[in-house]
Design a protein around this ligand. Sequence first.
Ligand SMILES: O=C(O)CCC(=O)C(=O)O
Ligand SMILES: [Fe+2]
Length: 219
Amino acid sequence: MTIVITDVLNAQDLAALQGAANSLDYEDGRATAGRYARDVKSNLQAKKSPQLDAIFEKVRKALNANEIVKSVARPRKYARMLLSRYRGGMTYGTHVDDPTMNGNRTDLSFTLSLTAADVYTGGELVMEDAMEDRAIKLSAGEMVLYPTSTLHRVEPVTEGERVAVVGWITSWVRDPARREILHDLDVAARALHDAEGKTPAFDRVFKAKANLSRMWYAD
Ligand SMILES: O=C(O)CCC(=O)C(=O)O
Ligand SMILES: [Fe+2]
């Protein structure tokens, strides 16, 4: 499942992260790409620093507080985060992300945009599958979450600048189909509860979700 989630960052955090991102030093992004992705990657990434760690900590907190992220991704660990910047024709050609990073399995990838869609031209994140390409252009503070198994690319940024935090999540539930079932049950349980309160029907759906979680977590 690929999902766009709006307002992951509030206006205050967004402004703080934008300011912090502007004051960092950047280096060639190829250092963190895998063997084959390196050849198609042309961007800049923030160098390691305490300020960068503080940005990632803020992002981790925002993600862990977001009900949709929790329900769709079930984050167990953040395998890696990067702060990346594209400008002047920079691009990241078709690639697949590494299956493990820092010793952790990568189940979901995300891009959290720090720039508004209208401040740069190009720069769409494109998911490729056998049938069609799907292009995504995010607003500031918005994120897309997608299975790391997906082939994808970033179109060249021909004008302006695109700045985003990208990251990889190790989920409590490894199988995307199982994650989708748990998310569907979350949505159904909440809708039942909102409509009719804590009825026997709600109890059964919630119980099924809890028991499937127990069956599938850390599998
Ligand atoms: O910037 C993005 O939206 C995705 C970048 C990407 O694919 C990567 O860093 O592996
Ligand atoms: Fe990627």
